[in-house]
Write a protein that binds this ligand. Structure first.
Ligand SMILES: *Cc1c(COP(=O)(O)O)cnc(C)c1O
Length: 489
């Protein structure tokens, strides 16, 4: 299976090269035409383990890796890193099923892919050394650090906005262990971090390659190596429902996905393309409902106010991975996609044809939840269903209630409620006086009031040693990267 740009179908590369590069030179995203309609024996996976499903999916989609390489990646990616026996348990929430994706090292769903990406990348190196550069508003940085910790011949440098992440997020990054990890706070906001990282890629990629023989790369959610590992748990969830007798093989189900960058739900489309019996994939947005409006009208318009919500990992106005879906929905028309993206970059908006919109609506349902509705969903889950859910999952719960017609429905649960303890606690029990911004106090109180235990990796943060204290001016980010390269010597 070969990968080429969403904006140009020529010069395809293998999946190893696509994973190492991350982004295409023309700004497009790597994808493969062969995924849609690919021959794949889905039914035979229904009595397989998570790891065996992973091997089947990877063998199909990442076909330039040998079976031996893939087996090695899979055995190293998850072992010993999850708190539960099953990597992704399926539990009940009222009449729905929750696919719990938050039992990994950082208590959020990005672990599912970021445990695997370093393994896939290390097999693609072919003698090269790589420095991963990541700007983070809080969550991705930690998941990437944990994933790449002590990866051989790969270093990682993470920049986050100084004093603009939560105390828990700060400690998650500042205490990160590993001989190859570098973390710096930037005097500025998240945009400054992201702009700084983009500038370093543009200005220093060649110099760093020429002088040090090190390739700069990124770990963000458009990387094929993050997308493909997310396909597995859709199949795993379906398998668990078949096993329990909730459905029989072939019955179509819905998946509701709390969506930001459209990566998670796109993996659901890949699972469906490989033959998983899915009726609708439902895009659940928060108040930054640019996707809801798009599916409603066919116009994608990012010219709008950015809303800070209690589901911050979905506070996104440009859903990068949608570009891949536009490619498939247009019948693999790279010129068409290039035109839309040109319009997005010059006018901040684009409009798709009725044909493309109809195609998208065949596959996807859509809806959104306001902040207030998310809090109500947290309360309903707790008081009516006896379940503690996080604010991102709550968006999914509300949208599921809006759209459900009796079809068996799986809601993807993307974070531990304890990762967002303050907002979850406040939604359930109100404020604690004098505890504003004290994430650990809220974590403790949430635990005390509900009788549920916080995940170990979060609870243990308080006693961990601070290892990273660098605070840099935004103009000095490149100096920090050059200093960091020494971890690869
Ligand atoms: C990243 C994230 C999402 C959104 O996933 P996308 O792939 O960006 O759509 C939802 N919930 C949580 C907790 C996340 O960290």
């Amino acid at each position: 299976m070969l990968y080429h740009s969403t904006r140009n179908s020529s010069d395809p590369v293998g999946s190893k090269e696509a994973i190492l590069k991350g982004l295409c030179a023309d700004g497009g995203l790597f994808l493969s035409d062969d995924i849609v309609g690919a021959e794949f024996d889905m039914r035979s996976l229904m009595d397989k383990s998570y790891e065996e499903i992973a091997l089947s999916v990877f063998s199909k989609l990442l076909s330039d890796y040998s079976e031996e390489e893939l087996k090695d990646c899979i055995s190293k990616a998850y072992a010993g890193k999850f708190e539960t026996d099953e990597l992704t348990p399926v539990t009940e929430l009222g009449k729905y099923y929750l696919l719990e994706l938050y039992h990994g090292p950082t208590s959020a769903f990005k672990d599912m892919a970021l445990c695997m990406l370093p393994q896939l990348m290390s097999k693609a190196l072919n003698g090269r050394r790589v420095m991963i550069l990541t700007a983070t508003s809080g969550d991705t940085g930690k998941a990437a650090l944990a994933g790449f910790q002590d990866a051989e011949n790969i270093g990682i440098t993470v920049f986050y906005p100084h004093q603009k992440v939560s105390d828990i997020q700060y400690l998650q990054m500042a205490t990160q262990e590993g001989g190859n990890v570098n973390v710096a706070a930037v005097k500025g906001n998240f945009d400054d971090c992201q702009t700084g990282v983009k500038k370093i890629f543009a200005e220093y990629t060649k110099e760093i390659d020429d002088k040090y023989g090190i390739t700069l790369s990124s770990a963000n959610s458009i990387n094929v190596g993050r997308l493909v590992p997310q396909v597995i748990y859709y199949i795993e969830a379906y398998k668990q429902l078949v096993k329990r007798g909730v459905i029989k093989y072939g019955d179509k189900i819905d998946f509701v996905v709390p969506t930001g960058n459209f990566g998670d739900i796109l993996a659901g489309y890949y699972a469906k393309a490989l033959g998983l019996p899915v009726r609708k994939l439902i895009v659940a947005s928060n108040e930054n409902k640019v996707l809801t409006d798009f599916f409603e009208t066919g116009v994608y318009d990012k010219n709008r106010e950015f809303v800070k919500t209690i589901s911050p990992s979905m506070d996104i106005l440009v859903s990068s991975n949608l570009e891949r879906m536009l490619y498939y929905a247009s019948g693999c028309d790279a010129d068409y996609v290039a035109g839309l993206m040109e319009s997005l970059s010059t006018n901040g908006r684009f409009e798709v044809t009725k044909e493309v919109l109809d195609k998208l609506r065949e596959i996807f349902g859509y809806g959104y939840a306001t902040n207030e509705e998310s809090k109500e969903a947290i309360r309903k889950a707790y008081e009516k269903d006896g379940r503690l859910i996080d604010p991102h999952t709550a968006v999914g719960y509300k949208v599921a209630d809006d759209l459900n017609d009796g079809t068996p429905t799986v809601i993807l649960s993307t974070a531990s409620p304890f990762k967002f303890a303050e907002d979850v606690y406040k939604a359930l029990f109100g404020e604690i006086e004098g505890a504003e911004g004290d994430g650990f106090r809220y974590m403790d109180e949430l635990s005390a009031r509900t009788g549920e235990k916080a995940p170990k990796p979060l609870a243990e943060l308080r006693s961990k040693e601070i290892r990273h204290r660098a605070v840099v001016d935004k103009e000095k980010m490149s100096d920090f990267v050059f200093d960091s390269l020494s971890c690869l010597k």
